[in-house]
Design a binder for this molecule. Structure first.
Ligand SMILES: [Zn+2]
Length: 155
C-alpha cells in the first residue's frame, strides 16, 4: 500500500488510478497523467524537508479547478515556487519567469534582491527597461534611491 499523492488515501502499490479521488498515478515514476486540459505533473521521489527535489507542473487540477503549482527545490510550471523556480509566475531563490519574485530574478516583471527584466524592481540591483532600486539601477528609465540620495545630499 502507498498513499495517493493527491488525497492521501491508502491505495494499492500497482494502482494507476486512485479509487478515492480518481487521479491517475504511474506506479513506476509517480508521473501523473490526465486529460490534456488537466495538464501534466511530475514529482521526483527524492525529497528534501518534505519538498520534492524536482516538481514540474502545468495545467489545471480537474478536482479542485485550481492551477497546479510546482513546489520543490527545483520548481518548473505555470506557477512555480522553489529554491530555483522557473515559470510563468514564479517565486524563489533563483527565479526565471514572466512575473518573478526572488533573491535573484530574471523576468518580464522582476522583483527581488537582484532583478533583471523588462520592468525590474530590485533591492540591491535592478537592470531593465524600467529599473527601480534602492541600490544600483541600470536601464532605459532608472529610479535609484541611492542615486537620488547622492544627488540631493552630496552634490
Ligand atoms: Zn486519491
Amino acid at each position: 500500500m502507498k498513499a495517493c499523492p493527491y488525497c492521501a488515501e491508502s491505495i494499492q502499490d500497482e494502482a494507476i488510478k486512485c479509487r478515492y479521488c480518481g487521479e491517475f498515478i504511474d506506479p513506476r515514476s509517480t508521473m501523473i497523467y490526465g486529460p490534456m486540459w488537466s495538464g501534466f505533473e511530475f514529482r521526483s521521489q527524492a525529497e528534501i524537508l518534505g519538498y520534492p527535489l524536482v516538481h514540474i507542473a502545468s495545467g489545471w487540477n480537474p478536482r479542485t479547478g485550481l492551477p497546479r503549482v510546482a513546489k520543490g527545490v527545483l520548481a518548473v510550471g505555470n506557477f512555480a515556487i522553489g529554491l530555483v523556480a522557473i515559470g510563468g509566475f514564479a517565486l524563489g531563490g533563483f527565479t526565471i519567469a514572466g512575473i518573478g519574485f526572488g533573491v535573484v530574478v530574471v523576468a518580464g516583471i522582476a522583483m527581488g534582491g537582484f532583478s533583471f527584466g523588462g520592468i525590474a524592481i530590485g533591492f540591491f540591483l535592478a537592470v531593465g527597461g524600467l529599473a527601480v532600486s534602492l541600490g544600483y539601477a541600470y536601464g532605459g528609465l532608472v529610479i535609484s534611491a541611492r542615486e537620488l540620495i547622492q544627488k540631493v545630499f552630496f552634490r
